[in-house]
Design a protein around this ligand. Structure first.
Ligand code: ZN
Length: 185
């Protein structure tokens, strides 16, 4: 049982998008929202990531932020994709890249974003990707043990390939360890 399961296709698409932006001259950070479902299985909560979206961003090699139009764009894209479908995934976090070819770490700006509205919620997930060094890290906001509040923890995760329609099926059967080049350290 992992805290985070990422649909293999979603993982690859996000990674490829980050790589494409990193290969621009000059390179650019990429940014988008993570979409999925909060699930629980035998008392354990986990997140199933099923999709992603992005919109216009202001970006440089060390910066990325949605413009107001960008936020509207990703919301409209989701509306087009899912309409009134009751199984529409929710925004459960953010992904972004640091295109330096190193071991990426969140900046203080990143942390401020995660610990503020609308992203600060228990179970929300954040991906940090360096496409040039092929690093894909997954973090989750979890309750602190000793005191009230949330802390950002790096968590184990895996990709999965759905063999059945997405629903409340237990994740165990379809869990697959990532054997593609996109991998956690
Ligand atoms: Zn960052």
């Amino acid at each position: 049982m992992y805290p985070v399961y990422v649909y293999r296709r979603t993982c690859k698409q996000i990674f490829d998008f980050c790589l494409q932006e990193a290969k621009r001259k000059p390179p650019r950070e990429a940014l988008g929202v993570i979409l999925g479902f909060r699930r629980s299985w035998q008392g354990e909560n986990y997140i199933r990531v099923t999709d992603w979206a992005t919109g216009r961003v202001e970006a440089s090699i060390a910066y990325a932020r949605f413009t107001p139009e960008g936020i509207l764009e990703y919301r409209l894209a989701l509306h087009d994709r899912y309409g009134a479908n009751p199984h529409t995934p929710r925004v459960v976090g953010l992904w972004h890249s640091h295109p330096f070819g190193g071991d990426p770490h969140f900046s203080s700006t990143d942390l401020r974003t995660f610990f503020n509205t609308p992203f600060c919620a228990e179970g929300n997930v954040f991906f940090l990707i360096d496409p040039l060094s092929r690093i894909f890290k997954v973090y989750m906001l979890r309750p602190r043990l000793e005191e009230p509040g949330l802390q950002l923890e790096r968590v184990d995760w895996c990709t999965y390939q759905p063999s059945v329609p997405l629903g409340d099926a237990p994740p165990i059967e379809d869990q697959l360890h990532d054997e593609e080049p996109v991998e956690d350290e």
